[in-house]
Design a protein around this ligand. Structure first.
Ligand SMILES: Cc1ncc(COP(=O)(O)O)c(C=O)c1O
Length: 216
């Protein structure tokens, strides 16, 4: 959808990211050689950049005083071999989950977001692991005061009943014309009923607030 909406080809993801094991999702992922070995060629036009990791800063800097060297490699890429006008989207986990629950600094996320804005790149928050209260807010990205263009949802959306979802502004969702992206099981009634009840329970029982409290 990001490609269709922007008319651009490239997608940027992160080293250490895990987005799933279907063909497109594993092409975006960069966490395990065995997950990518033997099944290629994978989807093209995906670039992986480094995820910020303050706890083991590769540049030996302190988070509160650094100049975001970790974003520098992306900027350099865009200045040398990765034309920003070719990038449709940046797919970002608000906490990098399977890589070790790495929490990025707020100033990095804001700077990345601004960079996307500057170049007309869609900012996608991948909330499959962090969504639905797991970080003390409904969605992980809410901790960073940025509003993503698209969100990817899964896991706890259906309390264990299989369901995933893409959420985006209408004009992005409508960038592909029907019957594109059609599946036998999309909108599956059982999964949707489970998700509906899940959302009600999270709201009624104030589970997001409870998660924030327990987290503290
Ligand atoms: C951040 C993230 N995205 C996507 C996935 C893949 O979800 P699924 O296994 O439902 O395809 C996972 C699974 O662990 C995940 O942690």
């Amino acid at each position: 959808m990001a490609r269709a909406y922007t008319g651009r080809k490239k997608i940027v993801s992160f080293i250490g990211a895990y987005h799933g094991s279907t063909y497109g999702a594993i092409s975006l992922s960069a966490i395990s050689l065995n997950m990518r070995r033997k099944i290629g060629p994978l989807l093209g036009d995906i670039e992986h950049i480094e995820y910020p990791e303050c706890y083991r800063c590769r540049y030996g800097k302190k988070c509160d005083t650094c100049d975001l060297d970790c974003l520098g490699s992306f900027k350099k890429a865009m200045a040398t071999y990765l034309p920003p006008e070719d990038i449709a989207a940046v797919v970002f986990e608000p906490i990098q989950g399977d890589a070790g629950l790495i929490v990025p600094p707020k100033k990095y996320v804001k700077a990345l977001y601004e960079l996307c804005r500057e170049h007309g790149i869609l900012f996608v928050s991948e909330e499959v692991q962090q969504g639905f209260g797991r970080t003390g807010k409904w969605f992980g990205i809410e901790h960073f005061d940025v509003v993503p263009d698209m969100m990817v949802l899964g896991k706890s959306i259906g309390s264990g009943v299989p369901l995933s979802a893409i959420v985006a502004r209408r004009e992005i969702m409508e960038a592909v014309d029907a019957p594109a992206h059609l599946f036998t099981m999309s909108g599956n009634e059982l999964s949707c009923a489970a998700a509906y009840e899940t959302l009600q329970i999270i709201k009624d029982e104030k589970l997001v607030e409870k998660s924030a409290e327990l987290g503290k």
